[in-house]
Design a protein around this ligand. Structure first.
Ligand SMILES: [Zn+2]
Length: 435
């Protein structure tokens, strides 16, 4: 079965350090800045007084620096600052800053491979143009920012022992509520600079709102089907071959499902085969548009009284995105699932390159070929029925870069992934037909 467990005891130990208490402190600290709207204050005076997005940004930098100090300087703390021109939700030229920390890969050949986790640290209340009244943003998206920070804290601590060959980036973006401005700038920069990002985990509204109807045992993982960045020719091929459910983002979602089975995070990933919720968008889309695999984590049931609302009471109903509605145990579980995914991907060999399926003649067997991956000791071919959501079967090929299976390519979808001696699996790559 493809759904057996792939547990690394060291990763399991590392993710146990994820702490609900620490996450709660992070969220409450973010709330303390009162209003983190992208158009809120960022002058020196306000930063000193601890209010507005400028103060939040300075605190995030200091927090990443603190984690870095605790791991002997293992994190590079960076900012990506730009001025956004006035637009629909940006009344005047506004400086936007993304804050991030880089945990450089330990293997010279693989350090250029990147896995990334992100949340947005800007907030809003009922009015997109209000930069002064309370906009606590505890869940949206203090929770996701806390996941990114907590992954940085725990994985930087674990890095000395685990020696991740690939690089992990921990990101907090701004501008989400004004139009995904921060993530858009960051993803474009990554694309222009040729970053080899294999996976983006966007956490937005993972607070597990304590309202009725919540299911704290699951977290939704949204992934696009048809890639936003696909060319017309690529879309034509997807249509011809039935590849509508095999974008790189969807393979990432399946990988997260596998991680969910392999590690005790406390929460089960619920794959949603859709880019995002109705009427809503998120930062993963900025990365999808640049051709990167990116998914969104969101709690099972959102409470719209606690999102994008002025803090108030009306007819006995409490409105506002306050930290008292956030379940920090739930955020801990989501952070653990994220940390296990990042650690698994950063430990794994590179996904095999140039994966091809031979289609020279009509035959009932299937032959696949690929190029060797740095760090791989074996390869696994996975496959599933065309109407199955997740991988069903696996066959291991301990050497070589070619495999013939007694399975008809007409009836299933194949993928090939690389495995190292410790059993870390790469993302699977779906073969391209070759004649
Ligand atoms: Zn959000």
């Amino acid at each position: 079965m493809a759904a057996d467990r792939h547990t690394d005891g060291h990763i399991a130990e590392a993710i146990r350090q994820v702490s609900a208490d620490h996450i709660r402190q992070t969220i409450e600290k973010l709330v303390s800045f009162q209003n983190r709207s992208t158009i809120s204050a960022q002058d020196q005076e306000s930063i000193k007084e601890g209010r507005g997005i400028g103060a939040a940004r300075e605190w995030l930098k200091a927090e990443f620096e603190r984690y870095s100090k605790d791991c002997g300087g293992c994190l590079e703390v960076k900012t990506d600052t730009f001025t956004e021109s006035p637009g629909e939700r940006i009344p005047k030229p506004t400086e936007i800053t993304n804050v991030y920390a880089v945990l450089r890969g330990s293997d010279a050949k693989q350090a250029e491979r990147i896995v990334l986790v992100t949340g947005h640290y800007d907030s809003r209340n009922s009015d997109t143009f209000n930069g002064t009244d309370p906009a606590p943003g505890a869940n949206d998206d203090g929770s996701g920012t806390a996941v990114s920070l907590e992954c940085a804290r725990v994985l930087s601590q674990a890095a000395a022992k685990l020696k991740f060959p690939a690089t992990i980036v921990f990101l907090a973006v701004a501008g989400e509520e004004q139009g995904l401005n921060g993530s858009k700038h960051f993803a474009q920069m990554a694309k222009q600079q040729g970053w080899k990002i294999e996976a983006v985990l966007n956490n937005d509204i993972v607070g597990g709102d304590l309202g009725p109807g919540q299911d704290a045992s699951v977290v939704r993982v949204f992934s696009e089907g048809l890639p936003a960045a696909a060319s017309e020719a690529e879309i034509r091929r997807i249509r011809m071959l039935g590849g509508e459910s095999d974008s790189t983002s969807r393979e990432l979602a399946r990988y997260i499902a596998d991680v969910g089975r392999s590690y005790q995070s406390g929460v089960k990933p619920l794959m949603i085969f859709r880019l995002d919720r109705f009427l809503r968008g998120g930062d993963h889309y900025s990365f999808n548009q640049q051709g990167f695999a990116a998914v969104r984590f969101t709690e099972f049931r959102e409470d719209y009284n606690h999102e994008h609302q002025n803090v108030r009471s009306e007819n006995g109903v409490e409105y506002g995105d306050l930290s008292k509605f956030v379940d920090s145990d739930y955020v801990e579980h989501v952070a653990r699932l994220n940390a296990a995914t990042l650690a698994s991907l950063a430990s794994a060999p590179a996904p095999p390159a140039s994966v091809k399926m031979l289609t020279k003649s009509l035959e009932n067997d299937t032959t696949l070929t690929w190029e060797p991956s740095p760090g791989a000791s074996a390869y696994e071919v996975v496959w599933r029925s065309t109407n199955a959501a997740d991988w069903e079967y696996v066959q291991t090929f301990s050497s070589g870069v070619r495999a013939t299976l007694k399975v008809s390519k007409d009836n299933v979808i194949f993928g090939v992934r690389a495995v190292d001696t410790a059993g870390h699996r790469s993302l699977p790559v779906v073969p391209e037909p070759e004649r």
